[in-house]
Write a protein that binds this ligand. Structure first.
Ligand code: DUC
Ligand code: ZN
Ligand code: ZN
Length: 484
């Protein structure tokens, strides 16, 4: 049975024009005037755009002694409700666990996804096993991105030698490394000091992660990636110092991408101050919200093209989970939600304010991401042959965001009370209408894993573990007892 989206205005990253879209078998099969189909979806007054791709979500993530509360069912339901048709989650093997073993766990969790999805693979430790399995992850599992945490010391953090070795491995596999860029050693140091001084509340979380720790780690990662000859994707860029490093690298011709989050673009650090404990703790995430100057920098980056993608880092914890950190801010699970709100918030605060054109909006919510992840034009495009992942956005439809009406499993929303204008009339996932006039019609389990080929040329022959891992100097043991 065919479907036709009629009377809408197609907006892609580079074109805006009036045409109908014919869909068959989950794919776009024709674009043009006066098309007919078995079912008509009326897009009068609407923009017909590639469905959103959120490249940064954590569904049912084991983290800080608990699991994030949205799983692949509620998370992808929230995504579809907000016009997002593909999400990329992070497979996080625990330190000591093999990558393929970790993937098995993520395969099991993701069977209930209602929209298409993919994984980034996190490198949380370094060993010959990890080195070898990276090749299988890329070649057999179709995962071309590896994430590195420069923060979360003692848990997920990797040190510089491990980071550099992994970057080199990515280079030879044609894979792209991702970094969470905050200096974890310094964050740990500042946190200990703050606690010792009696600063135990959620606002101390912001003090423990100043913008310099992000700027330093972003610069460091860019330099190490340059030495390894590999591109770099910096997740959740939240401040001018990090943006500046990315901007400079891009000016120098380096392939470095920055990803601001919708939360950092629209919410600021005042959320932590003069607020009650629950309000502030619900907004504890890393990096934390920044001041308006940093927000302006992020918006400027999206406008000028020095920042490429808007994501959410959706990692939702309930108020009860946040309360694990009463008396010690370092125990508040880090993370906020945003999957359902990214598209309406960015449309309202980006396009609605004149900061972004509709085409730029499509680029940063979908097409740029599809290109970086190497799934374009299957995803991120309105083209014949592309998957029919489409959002029909009604620019006149409005609502006030409230947790009581959201799809997410948590009991609050960090955007509570924000008025947004520009909502999906329809969201289609591979041709299936998952949202129709605000009503959910999604199918649990409809989502498929999207394989991604290596995006860069494989520049050199693959090394062996022994070749890549240089002999290490003898450990320093201090001044010999007999020495002067
Ligand atoms: N930051 C968060 O706030 N939550 C999940 C992981 C991260 O890096
Ligand atoms: Zn992160
Ligand atoms: Zn994250």
């Amino acid at each position: 049975m065919t479907k036709v989206i009629k009377n809408g205005t197609i907006v892609t990253a580079d074109l805006t024009y009036k045409a109908d879209v014919l869909i068959d078998g989950g794919k776009i099969v024709e674009i043009g005037p006066d098309l007919t189909g078995d079912e008509v979806l009326d897009a009068t007054g609407c923009y017909v755009m590639p469905g959103g791709i959120d490249p940064h979500v954590h569904l049912e993530m084991p983290f800080m002694g608990t699991y994030s509360s949205d799983d692949f069912e509620s998370g992808t339901r929230a995504a579809l409700a907000g016009g997002t048709t593909m999400v990329v989650d992070f497979c996080l093997p625990s330190p000591g666990q093999g990558l393929l073993d970790g993937l098995q766990m993520w395969d099991n969790k993701s069977t209930r996804a209602a929209c298409d999805y993919s994984f980034h693979m996190a490198i949380t430790w370094w060993s010959e096993q990890v080195f070898n399995e990276m090749e299988q992850v890329v070649k057999e599992r179709g995962i071309n991105t590896f994430k590195h945490f420069l923060a979360y010391k003692g848990a997920l953090m990797v040190n510089d030698d491990e980071l550099f070795a992994s970057f080199n491995r990515c280079a030879e596999l044609g894979a792209i490394p991702l970094v969470h860029a905050e200096n974890g050693d310094v964050v740990a140091e500042l946190s200990t000091k703050l606690l010792a001084q009696g600063n135990t509340g959620p606002e101390a979380h912001a003090y423990s992660r100043p913008t310099q720790v992000e700027g330093e780690a972003t610069n460091r990662a860019i330099m190490l990636a340059d030495m390894a000859g590999v591109p770099l994707y910096v997740v959740h860029t939240s401040c001018e110092e990090a943006h500046e490093a990315i901007r400079r690298a891009r000016q120098q011709g380096k392939r470095v991408w920055g990803e601001p989050l919708i939360q950092h673009l629209t919410l600021d650090e005042s959320e932590y101050f003069n607020a009650d404990w629950d309000h502030a703790a619900r907004r504890v995430m890393s990096p934390p919200f920044r001041n308006k100057q940093h927000q302006d920098s992020l918006w400027a980056g999206l406008q000028s093209g020095s920042l490429s993608v808007v994501a959410t880092d959706h990692c939702a914890f309930t108020t009860d989970q946040k309360r694990f950190g009463v008396g010690d801010f370092t125990k508040i699970p880090n993370g906020t939600g945003g999957l359902e709100d990214r598209i309406p918030m960015l449309w309202t605060y980006g396009v609605g304010t004149g900061r972004l054109t509709p085409q730029e909006f499509v680029a940063v919510t979908s097409t740029n991401i599809a290109k970086i992840l190497n799934v374009y034009p299957k995803k991120g495009a309105i083209l014949v042959g592309a998957d029919a992942d489409i959002v029909v956005l009604d620019p006149e439809k409005e609502k006030t965001i409230t947790a009581s009406k959201q799809q997410s499993a948590i009991d609050y929303n960090v955007f509570e009370g924000k008025h947004v204008k520009g909502l999906p009339r329809f969201t289609l996932t591979r041709g299936q209408v998952a949202v129709r006039d605000g009503e959910m019609h999604h199918e649990v389990g409809h989502g498929q894993f999207v394989k991604r080929e290596p995006s860069g040329p494989v520049s050199k022959a693959l090394s062996s573990w022994k070749e890549l891992t240089a002999p290490r100097p003898v450990e320093r043991t201090g001044i010999p007892a007999t020495g002067v």
